[in-house]
Design a protein around this ligand. Sequence first.
Ligand code: M6R
Length: 616
Amino acid sequence: MCGIIGYVGPRPSQDILISGLARLEYRGYDSAGIAVIDGEGSLGTRKRAGKLQVLRDDLAAHPLADGTTGIGHTRWATHGGPTDANAHPHLADDDKLAVIHNGIIENFADLKAELVDAGHTFRSETDTEVAAALLGREYAASGDLVEAFRATVSRLEGAFTLLALHRDQPGLVVGARRNSPLVIGLGDGENFLGSDVAAFVEHTRHALAIGQDEIVAITPDEVTVTDFSGDAVDVEPFEVVWDAAAADKGGWSSFMAKEVSEEPEAVANTIRGRVHDGIVEIPELDGLDELFTDIDRIIVIACGTAAYAGMVGKYALEQWARVPVDVELAHEFRYRDPVIGARTLVVSISQSGETMDTLMAVKFAREAGAKTLSICNTQGATIPRESDAIVYTHAGPEVAVASTKAFVAQITALYLLALHVGRVRGALDAETIAAQVAQLEAVPEKIARVLATEQEHIEQFAHWMADTRSVIFLGRHVGYPIALEGALKLKEISYIHAEGFAAGELKHGPIALIEPGQPVFVMVPSPSSSPLLHAKVVSNIQEIRARGARIIAVAEEGDAAVLPFADEVLRIPLAEPLFEPLLAVVPLHIFAMGLATAKGLDVDQPRNLAKSVTVE
Ligand code: M6R
């Protein structure tokens, strides 16, 4: 949550900051602001509540003197509502110092009381202004911004990325991080800081990852990284594989529409380079067999959509690798004293690689002696760097808050992992692996078919349903997490009450919700490859139809058995049961997007949410 950018170099910084913020806006859009040291050595700031466009309009109407050193922020509000006053930057040292922040300073109330006692007055309700005040006091004492940071961070508890510049130090931006993201972009005679590489990818692909509890100072020609004690540290260089165009909307009406259309390639790119002669070989896992052989249990941890991908992955890991798998919400996992140790592999899943709940759970698992593997979509992110092994998903940048292409890429990565672990543990023979790989490799083309043949129909259908107040989603087996995902997506972007249930659970209570006209999406298993499950689900459909439910069946092409009982059928191509989720979720993503669009809502930036949840 909150997007951060810093720039030093020869160019006027405002355009660089604003376009960086546009790429970071998915991280929060309650307010935006910039601070720039202009050519006269004055510090100018501008900040406005609302989306970045409000700030843009303000700057166009009342230009701010430009300069070559600047910082910018886009906010997801925590302490204090989304107002101009609470927007970042926050000023200190007689308004000569500007600070921006991502995270939560947990001891801000004590620090604020101390500063108020000392005579400091505050202009906002934020925890950030407390950090700014401390930094200002330390800078006034030492005249050294890095030293002032060091003294300040030693007083802070919680999670933070802080960036600051001082009017008297043009050409210098200093940052610090603890449990919150920050990466460096290396340019030619210019340098950048960003919450993630999206901040600067249009200017450079050369990046450095900063570790926890480190302070970075950038000037146009130099980057210096030290730890909180002042010792120099090694930083890890990497090349950004995303290009700037990949994070642009192109001609699409929304990032979500673009990203749903990219679901086929998200799957294909995640498979690419990991299959050789029908055998799965994940290069990142070379030499790490003991992660999979010396274990008796896997725990998958994740949040939201990533957790639903984990629930789908459990079926594959258990079926192919023959290891018991539990799937847990990351924020619940570490607060219940779980029984884990050296024979537990904890697999975390995160698109952003920055979700604080997941990060804390990974750290907790490591401290408890478990092995850790991260499935992640973002290079340089914190969670993979805190894990023993990484399997990247190659979905490309996902900007819309609602996760779509990352979800199918996560399931794909879990399936590759399951086949890899199955081979390493001797649970699978080459023939079985090759057969599953062939199924997986056929998925991109099948998703493309769903998009080509069903998208228009589903969008039209969603339009008709724009007045709906409640939708239920049902699934069995791997269809159950897809039902949960369909409900989450609808809630998230269309603000309609939606619930996902295991179809078999309905008669244990939720069936009381069914009244005439209640729309119910049902994930119907394949009649040919799962006849037993198919028959059970058709019975479930009859039970609710008898009570007046309006049935929308997501069913395999050619499945005629559902026709008499369904008011609407959304077709997906034939696939083995484990591969159905990758197809069945596509109509649900299209439906949620279509319904939110029909309601005139912003599908990319739904209310109250942010893409990357970097607070607990
Ligand atoms: O970046 P992550 O994958 O860790 O994010 C996890 C969830 O916050 C995320 O999937 C969220 O549920 C999505 N907005 C759902 O569409």
